[in-house]
Design a protein around this ligand. Structure first.
Ligand code: ATP
Ligand code: MG
Length: 249
């Protein structure tokens, strides 16, 4: 079966810094993939290339077999790849609900969303449903500027789901989420993603979260993939222990 995402020979350099070198990754439908790696390993660069925020210097990126390199981010969103950000991209002066409504309206305006709101009420219903699914209803009327970092992260993810994406990329969904809230937050994310039948790639630094939620782990170091496999195997790998987790070998 054609993988949902297939990259071949992705290279990206920023001057002398190699942020991606020969990245070949296939992600089949339904898989939950975690990207791990120390700071500067190239995880966000990979997410940015797949979502069109950065153009690779070389290589191809295919969604369901169709090349998407060179398309603008908004066109890639229309093809069904949505994302959340390492630093959430929200209108902080608006309420959480207003942010959701803007995301819903944008999804409709793209014309290719598989979901159609019949009217303002329908849009509000969809927004309320997503807020509820993420346990965020009580924040609906609050301006985002007043919300804690972890809540903003979840809101950004909820907004990425307004379009029923085929592939969802989350850049550090649990950073800024308090230790005791991380697992409940990921439970919500996983449930919501399963409900939308999306394939998921998430960047994560917390290895307990990686072990609990990923089917597969891909480890990056200096722009290269140094390990790829099931979590237990990758987290035991000598290079991963040396360059990523810092665990004693
Ligand atoms: N726009 C840019 N201009 C210059 N250098 C960049 C740019 N974006 C990323 N880099 C560099 O590319 C390398 C990879 O960065 P990237 O943000 O992909 O790392 P990361 O794995 O996401 O790290 P972190 O865990 O800190 O988020 C780093 O050395 C970074 O400084
Ligand atoms: Mg990053």
């Amino acid at each position: 079966m054609t993988p949902v995402l297939a990259t071949r020979g992705l290279d990206k350099a920023f001057g002398a810094v190699v942020a991606a070198a020969g990245i070949d990754i296939d992600v089949p439908a339904g898989q939950r993939v975690s990207l791990i790696g120390s700071n500067g390993a190239g995880k966000t660069t990979f997410v940015n290339m797949v979502t069109g925020y950065l153009k690779p210097d070389r290589g191809t990126i295919a969604l369901d077999g169709e090349n998407i390199v060179g398309l603008a981010p908004r066109m890639i969103v229309r093809r069904g790849i949505c994302r959340s950000f390492q630093i959430p991209q929200l209108c902080v002066e608006l309420t959480a609900m207003a942010n959701m409504l803007v995301a819903c309206a944008a999804a409709e305006a793209s014309g290719l969303s598989s979901w159609r709101a019949p009217d303002d009420d329908g849009r509000r219903e969809r927004a309320e449903g997503l807020l509820e699914r993420f346990g965020l209803q009580r924040y609906g009327d609050r301006p985002v500027s007043e919300l804690p970092g972890g809540v903003r992260k979840l809101l950004d993810i909820a907004m990425a789901l307004t379009r029923k994406p085929r592939l969802l990329l989350l850049d550090e969904p649990t950073s800024g989420v308090s230790a005791e809230e991380k697992f409940p937050a990921m439970d919500r994310v996983m449930e919501a993603v399963a409900g939308e039948a999306a394939t998921m790639v998430f960047v994560e630094h917390d290895m307990d979260i990686v072990s609990a939620y990923a089917d597969r782990v891909i480890a990056f170091y200096a722009g290269r993939v140094i390990a790829d496999g099931v979590p237990a195997e990758v987290l035991r790998d000598a290079d991963v222990r040396r360059y990523v987790t810092g665990a004693a070998a």
